[in-house]
Every structure is written in C-alpha cells, then in structure tokens.
Ligand binder design. Structure first.
Ligand code: UD1
Ligand code: CA
Length: 452
C-alpha cells in the first residue's frame, strides 16, 4: 500500500477574524481548528503531515509542538500553489499527497478515505473533492467539456460570465500523485487577476501532461466549510456540535435539547442516559448508563458510573459512583472519589476527598482534604477546616458517624467509628468510637434581661 502524506496550508493571515491569535488556533468545539485537521489526517493513517505556516508562524508552531508534524514556512503568502511549493521536500514521487487547510476543520476522515480510494482505483494524477451548490460565488469553478470530462478549474475572480454560472465548485481539497504534483508545481505561474500562484492551476497542468484528472462530488458541503470570520467560526461550532450530539443520540443517549448541549469529541456516554438542556461535557469525561444529567451541568474530565443523577453542578477531575445524586448547585473539585448511593445536595463543595457509600451530605457543607467513610450523616453547614493559613491538613471520618448541624472539624482530626458530634461544635480533638463530642458553651438564659 502506498503511503499517504498530508500537507496542511495554514499560512494565511485571517484578518477578518480581527484577532491577536492566529486564525487556525481558534477553537471549534474546544479544539483548535488546525488540531482538528491534524487529528483527521492521523485518523487516515497519514505517514507525514507537513503544516505550512506563515503569518504568526512561531505561535502556530509553538501551539503544535507536541504534534507529530513537520513544518514548512511560507514567508510571504503568494498563493496556495506557492504555499505547497514550500513543502516540496516532504512530497515524494511515489507517494500520494492530500492537501488540506488549517481553517477548514470539518472535513471527515471517511470522506478523505473515499477520495484516496477513488484516486487510486482511477489511477488519477490528481483527484479533487467537488460539490454542486446553489451559490458558487467566491469558489473555484470546475469546468467540464460537453462529455463531462474535467477541463480545468477557474477561480471566481478570473471566471467569464458563462463560467460563473457553473454550479460545481472546487473544495480546495485534493489527492495528488506526488510525482504529478511536483512536476506541476514547477509550471504554476501568477498570471491571473489576483497575481497569486494558484494551486488549482496544477489540475490543468497535470491533465495536459496526459494524466487523468477528475473530481469526486460530495453531497455534504459543510465538510469543506472554511472559517474566515467569527460568524463562520460560530457556524463551524454548530455543525460540529450537531455531529457529535447525533453520534451520541444514534448510540442510545437521549439529548433533550441538542442545540444547548456541548459535548467534546472524546466524551463517552452510556445507553439510556438522559441529558437535559444546558450541559457542557469536556475533556475525557465518561458518563455511564441510565444517568440523568442536567439541566446546567458542566463536567470536565469526570467519571460518572451508572444511574447517577446530577443537576445544576460544576464538577471536574473526579469520580462519582452509581446511584449517587448530586446537586442542585454542588461543586466537585479535582481528585474527589465519591462512592455509590451517596447524596451530595445543594451548596456542597467537595475537594480532594474520598466519600464512602451511602453517606449523606445534604446541604451547605464543605468537605476538603478528607477521608470520609460509609453511611455518614453530615448536618447542614458542616465545614472541614483544612487550612491554617500555611498548610493543608486532612480530616478522617470513619463509618457511621453522625455530625450535627453547623460543626467545624479542625484538621488534622479523626472522628472514630459511630461517633456523634453535637450541633454547633468546633471539634479540635479526635472523637473516640461511639462517643458524643460537644464542643460549645452551654446555653445560659438571663431572666428579666430586657427589663434592666
Ligand atoms: C481556494 C481555492 C478555490 C476553492 C476554495 C475552497 C485557490 C487559488 N483557490 O480559494 O479554488 O474553491 O479554496 O475554499 O487555491 N494559504 C496559504 N498561503 C497562501 C495562500 C493561502 O497558506 O499564500 C492558505 C490560507 O491560509 C487558507 C487557504 O490556503 O487557509 C485557502 O486560501 P485562500 O486564498 O483563502 O483561497 P480561497 O480563495 O479560499
Ligand atoms: Ca478561503
């Protein structure tokens, strides 16, 4: 099998973004556009991926430093043909080369695979992805002869009135034989309205060289939707969001309002889980089966087991066991391990803590740096006092402890198995097994006090 190499053009300035940041680093559904294109190329099993950078080249290369790609720099943006010339040393005669764009992040690997398969089975010198559209303004137009054979590409700005009526457009995405592309690059000139070296001129050159050239028309034009301004960026987000949501829905997840649900690429969701409006799932979040998530839940790198109910909550880098209910208005911070059949109620914050099965933390409580056992009852307003201004300390609460309302547990401290803490106590010493700790002044009633 021939190698497939990829050249990604990303040198353009992107002035219409009106941004300090290079255009291709703007994110679509939480991932920089250029990273999406690189990931798609990797999915195809591309051997070499060369990114052509130019405008703010250093920033783009810095952002991609952990990617398995090589870079070519295009100092001046003299056109798409000129951009590919900069990558020439990464183009090998006996390999195929795909041309992609850093600002065209929605192209699918399966579509590119179809292009490659078509290219190879037809033994074309170059194969183009095209589409038939109603409004072809601004695009390169595919010109064919009476028998439908490919003749050439004409850029809109260079097209005659008759050519402008053609509805088949060039997506800008091609699969070339390396040798054909290399020969053609030497012959591209900038003799056109824009004074640019057009890559699509290579198509006609290769044809005239006696090789086969043809276009594969695809139905879904959103795949080569290019982003030039922030309106188009929002549109690209919408398209990506819809694709991801539809994947989950087809897998058996109910999404009540897909327009208000934002799920990152790598998130996994189990069958029969219901997602209510206003959810954002990011990073490597994994959600089990039969969960009810939302409204308004933001999960980042979270792991929810089966049957979890969670609403109006922000949670990150933690685990929640099956049957547990979280929220409304809970905040789960990194490195927390919340067990099964637990209740984490309203205005509860949990950080860097382990909570055992069957424990109830129903309201207004802070659990930080704590090891909490099973079947514990936290009264309303419990605070683990974990910080003395210099260092953090851990609180240990053993199984079957009962904590009355409004207690402070000053760490380091241990409440032993089955012990009780009286409401309003500030606990500074360990509480023995099954003991009751009362750590507050007794009430005094002063009779007739208002008369004085
Ligand atoms: C290009 C095609 C057109 C096609 C359209 C599809 C050319 C001449 N035309 O037009 O046939 O219908 O895409 O969207 O290729 N770039 C560089 N260096 C340069 C110039 C461009 O890296 O010197 C990059 C840009 O950053 C951009 C991409 O190439 O991402 C496309 O360039 P652009 O000039 O916008 O071409 P289009 O007018 O979109
Ligand atoms: Ca463009």
């Amino acid at each position: 099998m021939k190698n497939i190499n990829v050249v990604i053009l990303a040198a353009g300035e992107g002035t219409r973004m009106k941004s300090k940041m290079p255009k291709v680093l703007h994110e679509v559904m939480g991932k920089p556009m250029i990273k999406r294109v690189i990931d798609t190329a990797c999915e195809l099993g591309a051997q070499n991926i060369c990114v052509v950078t130019g405008h703010k080249s250093n920033e783009v290369q810095e952002a991609l430093k952990n990617e398995n790609v090589t870079f070519a720099v295009q100092e001046k943006q003299l056109g798409t043909g000129h951009a590919v010339m900069q990558a020439e040393k990464y183009i090998n005669d006996d390999e195929d080369v795909l041309i992609l764009y850093g600002d065209t992040p929605l192209i699918k690997a399966e579509t590119l695979q179809k292009l490659i398969d078509y290219h190879r089975s037809e033994d074309n010198g170059v194969s183009i992805i095209s589409a038939v559209v109603d409004n072809s303004e601004g695009y390169g137009h595919i010109i064919r002869d009476k028998s439908g054979n490919f003749v050439k590409n004409v850029e809109y700005k260079d097209a005659t009135e008759e050519e402008k009526l053609v509805k088949e457009i060039n997506s800008g995405i091609y699969c070339f034989k390396g040798s054909s592309l290399k020969k053609a690059l030497k012959l591209i000139t900038n003799d056109n309205v824009q004074g640019e070296y057009y890559l699509p001129d290579a198509l006609e050159i290769i044809l005239k060289n006696g090789e086969k050239v043809n276009a594969l028309s695809i139905g879904d034009v959103t795949e080569f939707f290019g982003v030039n301004n922030r309106i188009q960026l929002a549109e690209a987000n919408k398209i990506m969001q819809k694709r991801i949501n539809e994947k989950h829905m087809l897998n058996g997840v109910t999404i009540i309002s897909p327009e208000d649900t934002y799920i990152s690429d790598d998130v996994e969701i189990g069958c029969d889980t219901i997602i209510y409006p206003g959810c954002v799932f990011e990073g490597k979040t994994v959600i089990g089966e039969d969960c009810k998530v939302g409204p308004d839940v933001r999960l980042t790198d979270m792991k929810l087991s089966d049957n979890v109910t969670i609403q109006y909550t922000v949670a990150m880098e933690s685990e929640v066991g099956s049957g547990t209910k979280v929220g409304p208005y809970a905040y789960i911070r990194p490195n927390s391990k919340i067990g099964e059949n637990i209740k984490i109620g309203d205005f509860v914050e949990v950080k860097n803590s382990v909570i055992g099965n069957g424990t109830k933390v129903s309201h207004l409580t802070y659990i930080g740096d704590s090891d909490v056992g099973e079947r514990i009852n936290f009264g309303c307003g419990t605070v683990t006092v974990n910080y003395d201004g210099h260092k953090k300390f851990r609180t240990t609460i053993e199984d079957d402890v009962f904590i009355g309302c409004n207690a402070n547990l000053v760490a380091p401290v241990t409440l032993k198995k089955g012990s009780y803490v009286a409401a309003g106590s500030t606990i500074t010493k360990d509480v023995p097994e099954k003991a009751l700790a009362v750590a507050r002044n007794r009430q005094q009633n002063i009779e007739g006090w208002t008369k004085k």
